[in-house]
Ligand binder design. Sequence first.
Ligand code: ADP
Ligand code: MG
Length: 560
Amino acid sequence: MNHTLQDLRASLHQLDGNGYGAYKRLKGTYDAGSFDLVIDHVQSDPYAPPSALRVILPLPKTSVPAEAVDGRRRCIAVADFLARDITGLLCGCSYRGLGMTKPGQEILERTSVVVTPRTIEVRMSASLPAAGRRIKGRAAAHVLTDDLPELVQRSAMLDGMDVPALEDHVNQYLDQRALQDQLTERGLVSFVGDGSVLPRSSGDSDLPLRSGVPFRSPEAFRETFDLPSGRQVTGMGVRQGITVIVGGGYHGKSTLLRAMERGVYPHVGGDGREWVLTAPDAVSIRAEDGRSVVGANISPFISNLPSGTDTSRFTTTNASGSTSQAANLAEALEVGTTLLLIDEDTSATNFMIRDPAMRALVPAGAEPITPFVERVRPLAEEKNISTVLVAGGTGAFFRVADHVIAMDTYVPSDVTDRAHEIAATFSTESETTPTAAIFGEEHRRVPHHDALSPSDKKKPARGRGRESIQLGRQDIDLAYLAQLVDSSQTQAIALCLEAMARNLDGSRDLVEAAAQVTSLIDREGLDALTGRGSPRGDLAQPRIQEVHAAVSRYRKLKLR
Ligand code: ADP
Ligand code: MG
């Protein structure tokens, strides 16, 4: 390397007043003393997406202690700490022009800051300034050769480091992951720590409600965990099997379930949900009418449609409430999950239950839907899949529930015995009790080798915000995936679809194809998704469940 930051400054001064395209010459690596600056990509005009830079520091020259980066989990936590520190500095107005993707409340492996035992790499964007279509070289020099070095110096990578705060952050993350690792051996599917603040400050914010009533576990479900840092956490353990959450309207049922669904990810300190942890493969299941379904096996729930359609390979461009919910469940089973999370608020009633009056009027033979209440026990018994279900409007699940939790003014209590007594006094006529296994081996859905490479595709798939991926001319709608929490995950899923498109060979099924790319990420990190392209700072790790959900919603998916 032979260019320094002084050379960059001189070049920028020279470029002042030139046509904007001349900025392209800046691509390259510059020695900035305490760090290397790499300019990977230069925007082609002032309105194009900003230019991409990396700041690279050898770890021993930073303020991050070597012990803090021992192992992958620690590296993720340190990277998260630095990303929050740097985005915090950037959100003031002193560094206009520089940007970085901002982490939300979850702690995810991401590429905005990549920490290894050898280096710290920070990936940022810079909007290179222009007057009309002319280069403002002095202003650009200010951004890149004054502001940027100052930001790096002030950040926690160097002068701004608070080692005890870093250690707290890392230990808390390790404790959360350790608690999550222990759930299964303790017979639990989820845990909600005492003192957690579950409600959010508003419907469009993921920050805690300041006046929220702290969570208090009922004695019957109380569990204590001893965690690696020496911390002890007590709270409510949600056991394997079938748990129903009941309670009056507005008493906090959905809020509790939503916290559990986010508990597949660790949370940042101060979030209120730090000690809410859930089986990492849990899937929220809801109705999603209008979605596309391709070849899903919904036959355990829906069969004998009047049209004669085969529901073991069900395809529709416009699913109804109940068929969409059945497809969501079938796909969750296909990709593998140990826990289903279902809220009555977002469910199709006819998918969930059928009351005695309706059974009397419409005979079972004339009804294609076998409601979930008839299937939840076979799921648990045949496939070991637990369910946590919110039901405020129906007692139909009492007789199949292992545990019933009542929410009263945001405080849970154990009402299992009472619910069982009540269920026994009502007639419990169910539809024909199944004798044979209902949930057989999963059907494999095998796409054609070119199923994800449509002819209308000119550009690689890309994420658009959190909720959508553009693949060719199609938009894949991900709005209803409750556990897709970050637009950087959506970007990564878009790249996963690209990798899957390359790997499909006409014999690999969708789950195998998704697993191939998610295990590549596990082995080699998110940068494996970009291959030889320039490194990106806008990716975060998705779960296989959401990768599989995205491909399942692609409207042009063609199966063999
Ligand atoms: P339900 O599903 O039982 O009808 P919700 O979970 O939707 O109730 O909660 C109703 C309202 O109460 C929401 O505005 C929510 O933010 C608020 N809320 C939930 N839990 C708490 C709590 N622990 N403290 C304060 N407010 C809460
Ligand atoms: Mg609700």
